[in-house]
Design a protein around this ligand. Structure first.
Ligand code: FE2
Length: 269
């Protein structure tokens, strides 16, 4: 399986605290049947001041550390952007990593407040769609106002937004209301796909395999595969955030040493 939402890059947000924990999270993901992930650090101005530069640099470093630890784990990077006024400035400055990019069409992973209804969110999503950017609403089943009113979720759906559900919600690791809404969104064909949103090794583990098994209990195999396997693979293939190729970096370093040698830079006087 592929995971398209996790907080594995160390030290950027409330996910992995350091390289050691990030490596352990990758190992845990592999044990859960996940062979690659899109790292999606929070972009939440004032709380998590990340941007394309900081996220891509961190992904390069972590990709190198996976190679160093001989862990065969595919890594790409994107972001989980809090709906906020700063989105416009950051998009204009090309400082938000998209989830996918394909022939001018893009996807952006967006999160809302869990408790307070995001007034103006519909208009903001409409503006993004007009620009060729599909908002992917992260974990809608955990938002209290969506749990109370399915009408609101339908409005975002009609607009053309997509919905990424958290695997742990389906197996009851969040509130019971989140589990009910996750189930309902599968049955009503509102769920676009599932991801882990893993943050650490214990309270926010991936749980993708368990959720996949749970999904198969009340939907058909084809739908479960679409939500947990096919769609995540498609998203991963279209994710533009590919860390610097470590094998190329090694070759470049060797070339630099070679040229220095022929230029006589390393000669002793
Ligand atoms: Fe997240």
């Amino acid at each position: 399986m592929i995971d398209t939402h996790c907080h594995i890059l160390p030290g950027l947000d409330d996910g992995a605290k350091n390289e050691r924990e990030a490596i352990e999270m990758a190992t845990m993901a592999l044990h859960d049947g996940i062979h690659g992930s899109i790292a999606t650090p929070h972009i939440n101005p004032g709380r998590f001041d990340n941007n394309l530069n900081s996220i891509s640099a961190s992904a390069d470093t972590f990709a190198n550390s996976l190679v160093r630890h001989q862990i065969n784990f595919k890594l790409r990077y994107s972001s989980e952007v809090r709906l906020c006024p700063e989105i416009d400035y950051m998009l204009a400055a090309e400082q938000i990593p998209f989830l996918t990019e394909d022939r001018g069409q893009k996807r952006l992973l967006i999160e809302f407040s869990t408790t307070n209804y995001p007034h103006g969110a519909l208009a903001k999503c409409r503006c993004l769609l007009d620009k060729g950017i599909t908002p992917v609403i992260a974990h809608p089943e955990r938002y209290r106002y969506f749990q109370r009113s399915r009408v609101d979720i339908a409005q975002f759906s009609r607009l053309g937004c997509e919905f990424q559900i958290t695997a742990s919600s389906l197996i009851g690791k969040f509130r019971q209301e989140a589990q009910s809404l996750a189930r309902a969104m599968i049955v009503e064909k509102k769920a676009t796909w599932f991801a882990s949103d893993s943050h650490n090794l214990k309270s926010r583990a991936p749980n993708l395999s368990a959720a996949y098994e749970e999904a198969k209990r009340f939907t058909d195999q084809k739908t479960a595969n679409q939500l947990f396997i096919d769609m995540p693979q498609k998203i991963f293939a279209m994710c533009p955030g590919i860390p610097f190729d470590t094998s190329i970096s090694t070759i470049c370093t060797q070339k630099a040493v070679t040229s220095d040698y022929f230029l006589g830079k390393n000669d002793e006087d």
